[in-house]
Design a protein around this ligand. Structure first.
Ligand code: CA
Ligand code: CA
Length: 241
């Protein structure tokens, strides 16, 4: 009688461990973290009025000529995902920026590919504050989220804007940077005739798959615990005899 209670307690403990293992595995799979795009497509940036490059200078791994303004670039990665954020204004550090003139491309659209289905929670865009879009549209899996962009233009030239609470799922994100009308801010005329950005980052997780390897591993773990319980229960009975 005593050993069967003991075995039962051991079984309960093993089940508790299994539940903990399961919760830990689920948490690891479901927590949002930085997601990397596998490639992106865009219309290349332009050269500045100073003749410096506001093109996607580091674009590689895809098709299109990165040295030609407004050339179609596809299938590669470049300035927008290289981890480098413009440290200063475009006339001092033009290289990190990709910029488009509204006379040629007022609302540039960039398609980011993830290579698998992801659940996207947040997108951050690093922007030159004097040349920001008026708003953005984020489209994924047939759903579009619209956000106004309102950046304080005082202080440093660059900052980032977070678009959070997206709850978008799919394998491709289309980011549309909408044209901004000229305006006067704090008595300063802002022509808004360019949009300049230097980096785009993503937060989310890979979408859940029904037959995941995590579940298969958990099943193996549970079977192993069951075998251990049976062995211990048998040893308990042998010792009492
Ligand atoms: Ca960058
Ligand atoms: Ca550049």
């Amino acid at each position: 009688m005593n050993h069967s209670i003991l075995a039962l307690r051991r079984g309960a403990a093993a089940n508790a461990v299994a539940v903990l293992v399961s919760a830990a595995a689920m948490a690891a799979a479901t927590q949002a973290h930085a997601l990397a795009a596998s490639s992106y497509d865009l219309i290349n940036g332009d050269n500045s009025s100073l003749g410096t490059s506001l093109r996607d200078d580091s674009y590689a791994g895809g098709t299109g000529n990165k040295t030609v303004p407004y050339a179609a670039l596809a299938g590669g990665l470049g300035d927008l995902t290289d981890g480098a954020v413009a440290p200063s204004n475009w006339n001092i550090t033009p290289g990190p920026f990709v910029g488009w003139r509204d006379a040629y491309l007022p609302s540039p659209t960039i398609s980011f590919h993830f290579g698998q289905d992801v659940d996207l929670a947040e997108v951050r865009v690093h922007i030159n504050k004097g040349y920001s879009p008026g708003s953005v549209d984020l489209t994924m899996g047939g759903t579009t989220r619209h956000f106004a962009v309102d950046m304080d233009v005082s202080g440093a030239a660059n900052d980032w804007v977070s678009f959070a609470g997206l709850a978008l799922s799919g394998d491709t994100l289309v980011l549309r940077l909408n044209d901004r009308a000229p305006e006067i801010v704090n008595g300063i005329f802002l022509s808004r005739d360019w949009i300049l950005i230097s980096e785009v980052t993503f937060d989310g997780k890979v979408s859940a798959v029904p037959e995941s390897s995590t579940h298969a591993l958990l099943l193996v773990g549970l079977l192993g615990l069951g075998a251990g319980q049976r062995r211990r229960a048998w040893r308990g009975r042998a010792a009492v005899r």
